[in-house]
Design a protein. Structure first.
Length: 256
């Protein structure tokens, strides 16, 4: 049964997550993502590159519109999403893509009465970038996100609602890589291909009950990874036959 989209455990060494300066969160997040793609570059080197490109200045940080520029500079293509949502996030994480978002850090680190007052008086104030490593839907009543946070140097779990409140201050701005690091993709394939027939039936039944957007996520993932379809050729025909009506309602091609 798929209960976590993305990673449930850290993929970075604990000692390498912390950003070096108070305003280099976007740069550090990109450095971690680049490392997962095998690009060996330091935070200091990226700072210098960002200053040369005039997309970072000490004390001001990185503008939202440029928070993925260093990835592109080093050959990692990414897509920026405006007004993303939980399902956009799940869709990207399910493919092993690396995801970075802009948030109001106070609503994660010191969430409480004064943060609510600040939002009321001044509106949303995104001031921090971090990596969303995973989203855990094991408990539908308490969905959690796994955040790799260069501001704290930790990998932490937060209730999705608290995370969404912090994320909403950037109008749900999200950056996702167009590809996944090889080791992450292989890990996803190993996990999926290790399922037996009953696990697959349970997984897809749960997906359909969760909603059509999540069903499309799984369908898209299978379409982009035909090797899984081949490995599951004995399972998919039964699944398609049993769920053809629900799949059609979700707009999913039953010839997948």
């Amino acid at each position: 049964m798929i209960t976590t989209f993305g990673e449930s455990e850290p993929i970075y060494n604990p000692g390498e997550i912390q950003q070096a300066y108070g305003d280099t969160c976007a740069i550090k997040s990109q450095q971690l993502i680049l490392k997962s793609f095998g690009v060996d570059v330091t935070e200091e080197e990226l700072i210098n590159e960002a200053m040369t490109l005039q997309i970072y200045s000490p004390g001001a940080g990185t503008p939202l519109a440029h928070m993925g520029d260093l990835l592109e500079l080093h050959g990692v293509d990414a897509t920026m999403f405006d007004s993303a949502n939980k399902y956009t996030l799940m869709h990207e994480l399910a493919q092993g893509h690396q995801v970075m978002v802009a948030v109001d850090s106070g609503e994660l680190w010191t969430s409480g009465f004064w943060e609510k007052i600040k939002d009321f008086l001044f509106g949303g104030t995104p001031n921090h970038a971090l990596i969303v490593s995973g989203i855990d839907v094991t408990n539908e009543e308490n969905v959690e996100v796994v955040l790799t946070d260069p501001g704290t140097g930790n990998v932490m779990r937060y209730p999705y609602d608290q995370f969404a409140d912090a994320w909403s201050d950037s109008s749900f701005t999200m950056l996702a890589t167009n590809d996944s690091p090889v080791e992450l993709k292989n890990g996803i394939l190993d996990n999926i291909m290790g399922m037996d027939t009953q696990d697959w039936m349970n997984t897809f039944s749960d997906v359909l009950e969760t909603g059509v957007e999540v069903a499309k996520t799984v369908a898209d993932y299978l379409a982009e990874n035909p090797e899984i379809v081949v490995a599951l050729q004995d399972v998919l025909p039964v699944f398609l036959a049993d769920n053809a009506h629900d799949l059609a309602a979700a707009g999913i091609d039953v010839e997948l």
